[in-house]
Ligand binder design. Structure first.
Ligand code: ATP
Length: 304
């Protein structure tokens, strides 16, 4: 039987406040999710095929398949050590899998070329903030366009009109995403002086400034307050709804995951043990066993 203690063990911050939806709201949200997934699965934004990875004798990932539909919010969850970060590191090219393929749209890779990630329309955030704390919010956000600046380096030092135009475009893009994430008031502050939850938002802005097609979020809600979680999850949803980004997130806060995601994949000991809508995952006995490590009963649900 699922116990609160078992679930709390999985969370790094306070548990998410349950969002109460009426049955009709919940049904229509489910219908929208199903339509979105069905519509776009023919041409997934991200496909992983038979991904395996070992570290010495430890199998971090075993034959993991994953499809992410365009415009979907897709969560990957699992207990500590299940392989979530390893998976994200493979998708962003930091790890090379022993076997398997990663596909972005038409392009397929044995190892994702990290340096060309942005060119493929992929951006990511990190579990531990990777901001430049001594730079302003504005400059941090502009760093998300560094690949464009590098491309125009020679033109820049020559002060060409094209370099000036690129710089203006970059500033305009940064300004726009800063407004989108309600960071206008703090855009001139040093990033390191801001509350942790705001810094997380700055990191999200930096990832979004290049308008990625695919956004990888590594524990975006870790360490933030309950109010900040609610706000941040709305921004993640807006990034999908208004900017059209497909989103993959790994996250320990099951409450937020179930509320935010269209579909959830569950890893345990490097294997994918379940994949489905939040309702399917909540009721899946294998998931309950993996999280609680106890024998399940037929009527048990994941307590979130
Ligand atoms: N760089 C590494 N070197 C050696 N072993 C590693 C490395 N990275 C991950 N592992 C091992 O691979 C397995 C999967 O780890 P991973 O960090 O991917 O899991 P996780 O689900 O992200 O865990 P957590 O939720 O605790 O971050 C674990 O047994 C871990 O110890």
């Amino acid at each position: 039987m699922a116990t609160g203690a078992g679930v709390l063990r999985l969370e790094e911050g306070p548990p998410a406040e349950p969002i109460h939806q009426s049955t009709r709201e919940r049904d229509s949200a489910t219908q929208r999710r199903t339509a979105r997934v069905a519509q776009t699965l023919a041409s997934p934004a991200l496909g992983l095929a038979k991904i395996s990875l070992t570290f010495g004798g430890v199998a971090a990932l075993r034959d993991v398949d994953l499809e992410v539909a365009r415009g979907e919010i897709r969560a990957v969850i699992g207990p500590n050590g299940a392989g979530k970060s390893s998976l994200l590191n493979i998708v962003s090219g930091l790890y090379r899998p022993d076997r398997g393929q990663v596909q972005f749209g038409e392009h397929s890779f044995d190892q994702v070329p990290t340096a060309r990630l942005a060119a493929h329309g992929v951006a990511r955030t990190f579990q531990n903030l990777a901001l430049f704390k001594g730079l302003s919010v504005f400059d941090n956000v502009q760093m998300g366009l560094a690949h464009r600046v590098r491309a125009g380096f020679l033109r820049q030092i020559m002060g060409s009109p094209l370099a000036r135009r690129i710089e203006e475009e970059n500033r305009a893009a940064a300004k726009e995403v800063i407004g989108f994430l309600h960071l206008d008031d703090v855009q001139d502050c040093f990033a390191g002086t801001l509350p942790y939850g705001v810094q997380k938002r700055v990191e999200l802005a930096r990832a979004l400034v290049a308008r990625p097609k695919l956004l990888l979020l590594d524990e975006p809600f870790a360490g933030v307050t309950l109010a900040e979680k609610q706000e941040l999850s709305q921004h993640v949803r807006n990034a999908r709804d208004s900017l059209g980004a497909t989103i993959v997130l790994i996250e320990h806060d099951i409450g937020i995951v179930m509320e935010l995601s269209d579909r959830v994949a569950v890893l345990d000991y490097g294997r994918k043990i379940a994949d489905g809508t939040p309702d399917q995952i909540r009721a899946d006995p294998a998931v309950i066993d993996a999280y609680l490590g106890v024998a399940h009963e037929d009527d048990t649900e994941l307590a979130v």
